[in-house]
Design a protein around this ligand. Structure first.
Ligand code: FAD
Length: 351
């Protein structure tokens, strides 16, 4: 992980508080970044072996593939400034694909709408890895319980048991259904909100070829098909290597085939790709099921924060979905903590 200049230059607050951020995706990292800039001490807990969550890259023998988030856009000025910092640091770049649209788009998605798209460099995990370098991140920690003791929070991880550290606040930065499970019996109102978010699945197939099967376009939105999106991963900026295409299934199809064997999913998606003109079969294909790929919660604030209990929640689903929404939700939660700080527990204030 490289040196992250975002980590420096902050003025310490009069009373720094210790915060546990559970989930090192872009929402959690964005929240931790702003807390740190304000002089606090966030500590991140992440169940995977690396940060970045659904902005994910899978690597194989000579190939690499972003099998989760494909690219990001930046409409919000704050997020646009963050994207500029990523680009200057060499962990993101603008992507100008030759885009195709198949079928009639229900949301009138058109080729002539000018949209600036960016990708992580050399993969979609790069921006999050760069941000994570500024923080204490406890990897391979699956948090499965929260407990409040004498006004301070402790976390239990499946791998390590109860944390020795105590925290003034716990911030959950993960898909809504996973947050709902942790909040049950801890904060019923937040648990109810998280449980009511609509999160859709997505089957993703990574197909590795000896010869590029489709040189005519770099990526395509696909409507009225099993597929929703296909993309030549090896042609994104900074990639190269063995031809590799990612194929994403429609949400409704993914839901219907959630428990289908991966071979069946691979076959269905490859067949649909052939329908778009793919001229070869891959030498290797692997499927990944995203149970909670994308989601939103209607009429929700961009983050949930209860200063009296010291519990907060952020994530893409609270802020319109997507990477930009995740980043903005994390910022909103950190700002809420600044405005209404958590009550300091007696033991933490003393220590
Ligand atoms: C197939 C697919 C395609 C997508 N395409 C795009 C796209 O093109 N553009 C776009 O902008 N967005 C896209 N998205 C959405 C984008 O990936 C998300 O909006 C964004 O990455 C969400 O960030 P987050 O931090 O809110 O959540 P996540 O990235 O899910 O991060 C949550 C983190 O919490 C961790 N975690 C969960 N539970 C626990 C626990 N109990 N203990 C510890 N850690 C835990 C997870 O491992 C994860 O790292 C796509 C997503 C998918 C799946």
């Amino acid at each position: 992980m490289g040196t992250n200049p975002d980590a420096s230059g902050s003025a310490p607050p009069s009373v720094p508080f210790r915060t546990a951020v559970v989930g090192a995706g872009l929402a959690g990292l964005s929240c931790a970044q702003l807390l740190r800039e304000a002089g606090h001490e966030p500590c991140l807990f992440e169940k995977s072996r690396g940060p970045s969550g659904r902005a994910a890259t899978r690597r194989g023998d000579g190939w690499a593939c972003d099998h989760g988030a494909q690219y990001f856009t930046a409409d919000d000025p704050g997020f646009a400034a963050q994207v500029r910092r990523w680009c200057e640091a060499g962990v993101a770049a603008e992507w100008t694909p030759r885009l195709e649209v198949f079928g009639e788009a229900p949301d009138a998605r058109r080729r002539d709408v000018p949209t600036r798209r960016f990708v992580g460099l050399p993969g979609m995990t790069a921006p999050a890895r760069w941000m994570a370098a500024a923080h204490q991140v406890e990897l391979c920690h699956t948090i499965d319980a929260l407990r409040r003791d004498h006004g301070a929070w402790r976390l239990r991880s499946r791998e390590q048991g109860w944390s020795r550290q105590a925290f003034d606040a716990v911030l959950l930065a993960m898909p809504a259904p996973q947050a709902a499970v942790l909040l049950q019996g801890v904060h019923e109102e937040m648990a109810r909100r998280a449980a009511s978010a609509d999160m859709q699945p997505c089957w993703s197939v990574m197909a590795v070829y000896d010869v590029d099967p489709q040189p005519r376009f770099d990526a395509a939105f696909v409507n009225q098909s099993v597929l929703s999106w296909v993309c030549a991963e090896h042609r994104k900026p900074g990639r190269g290597g063995t031809p590799c295409w990612v194929l994403h299934a429609q949400a409704a199809w993914s839901r219907e085939h959630l428990e289908a064997p991966p071979e069946q999913v691979i076959e269905a998606l490859l067949q649909a790709f052939q329908g778009l003109g793919a001229r070869a079969m891959p030498r290797h294909a692997v499927a990944h099921r995203w149970r909670y790929a994308r989601g939103t919660l209607a009429d929700a604030p961009p983050a949930l924060w209860d200063p009296s209990s010291g519990l907060g929640v952020c994530g893409d689903w609270l802020c319109g979905g997507r990477i930009e929404g995740a980043w903005r939700s994390g910022q909103a939660l950190a700002r809420a903590l600044e405005l209404q700080p958590p009550r300091r527990s007696a033991c933490l204030a003393a220590g």
